[in-house]
Write a protein that binds this ligand. Structure first.
Ligand code: PLP
Length: 382
């Protein structure tokens, strides 16, 4: 039978399988190597034991919706209607899928910025739409990966329905600056284009910088769907719980799809997360410094190696440049590194429509220090 989606396996599946086969240290897939806070585990168990095991309301349990609304007020200064503007999703993944299916129609165009997280493309194909790729750039004046505004303007046309942002960015670790949001608002002012902002790493931003959510910008908020993931924030990617925050009319559209996709999300985990967020509000605030220490440790361990890097500004990924070691393409170098050196990573060319010749691999540093030490020791042998 001809597949509806002709995408093959995701790079995460491929690299994880290769890593397992060669018993390598897996720094490829983006999941923490440690458990959620024991107090959170206790709370989830408490709700499982106390009869909270049937369907949750379609848009999420009120207590968790309230926590998200409070969090958005606290971090981004926006007051939102918890019942009507927050939808708890089956991971950020389902939120992304539901938003795209809700607003994108056949033959519409959706703009993504390359290197782009690999979930967006298949979702756009399933909506019958066309993906337009705008590569992020680095310039002399600004050497972080950022949006090429002229290219974005040139790509927008009357078919453009949605623009997908993802900052803190996977895989480069780039973050937004406030002038970026203002420039985007200027470009979109006279259009009816929606924005979907994938902010799953919103609470992992380093060096005293702040995450700039689309929820924080008055003008952009009215056209935005903001997606996040409890998995990344609470070291619980296997729970697959996330949320979508969007103005009422947009949330209504998104829920049209959400209700037929999964209807509702695992009840006791929603209760556990709500009580945890309510009882320990400082947890989220400590996450950036927790991961900043990991980033710094990993970079220090890599220092004696032949890899070079620019420190990640957010997320739990660090790009390492191997041009001082090999001329090879990143896909073959990543394979060799897994098979022969015993460390799995992600080649970033797979996130591009037209990959530039960049010799960079993505490493996930959300691992115990001992694992980072073992990986670095192997990488320093090269
Ligand atoms: C940019 C980005 N968006 C979405 C997701 C998926 O999040 P979830 O596990 O909550 O579905 C990931 C996971 O790696 C991600 O990196």
């Amino acid at each position: 039978m001809k597949s509806k989606l002709d995408t093959g396996s995701s790079i995460f599946t491929i690299m994880t399988e290769l890593s397992n086969k060669h018993d390598a240290i897996n720094l490829s897939q983006g999941f923490p190597g440690f458990n959620p806070d024991p107090r959170l585990l206790e709370l989830v168990c408490k709700y499982i034991r106390s009869d909270n095991n049937q369907y949750a309301p379609m848009a999420g349990i009120p207590a968790l919706q309230d926590c998200i609304a409070e969090k958005i007020k606290k971090f981004y200064g926006r007051t939102i209607d918890a019942r009507q503007e927050v939808t708890i999703c089956d991971g950020a993944t389902e939120g992304l899928f539901s938003v795209i299916q809700a607003v994108v129609y056949p033959n519409d165009e959706v703009i993504v910025f390359d290197p782009a997280y690999d979930n967006y493309g298949p979702d756009i194909v399933l909506a019958g739409a066309i993906t337009r790729h705008v590569p992020l750039i680095r310039t002399k004046e600004r050497n972080d990966y950022h949006i090429d505004w002229q290219k974005l303007k040139d790509t927008i046309n009357e078919k453009t329905k949605l623009i997908i942002l993802n900052f803190p960015h996977n895989p480069t670790g780039a973050i937004l600056r406030s002038e970026d949001l203002d420039t985007l608002a200027d470009i979109l002012r006279d259009t009816s284009i929606y924005i979907m902002s994938d902010e799953v790493y919103e609470h992992i931003v380093f060096d005293g910088k702040k995450h700039l959510s689309l929820a924080s910008h008055d003008e952009l908020w009215s056209r935005s769907f903001v997606i996040s993931s409890f998995g990344k924030t609470f070291h619980a990617t296997g729970w697959k719980v996330g949320y979508c925050a969007a103005p009422i009319e947009l949330s209504k559209e998104m829920r049209q799809i959400h209700q037929w996709t999964c209807y509702s999300v695992v009840t006791p985990i929603q209760h556990g997360l709500a009580e945890f967020m309510h009882t320990y509000p400082d947890y989220i605030e400590s996450l950036s410094s927790f991961y900043e220490a990991k980033r710094d440790y990993f970079c220090k361990l890599i220092e004696p190696s032949k890899f070079s890097y620019q420190v990640s500004a957010g997320s739990f990924y660090q790009l390492l440049d191997y041009s001082g070691i090999s001329e090879e393409k990143d896909t073959s170098f990543a394979k060799k590194l897994t098979e022969e050196i015993g460390v799995a990573s992600i080649p970033i060319s797979v996130f591009y429509e037209t990959p530039p010749f960049e010799q960079k691999l993505r490493f996930c540093f959300a691992k115990e220090d001992g694992i980072l030490e073992q990986a670095a020791e192997k990488l320093c042998r090269l």
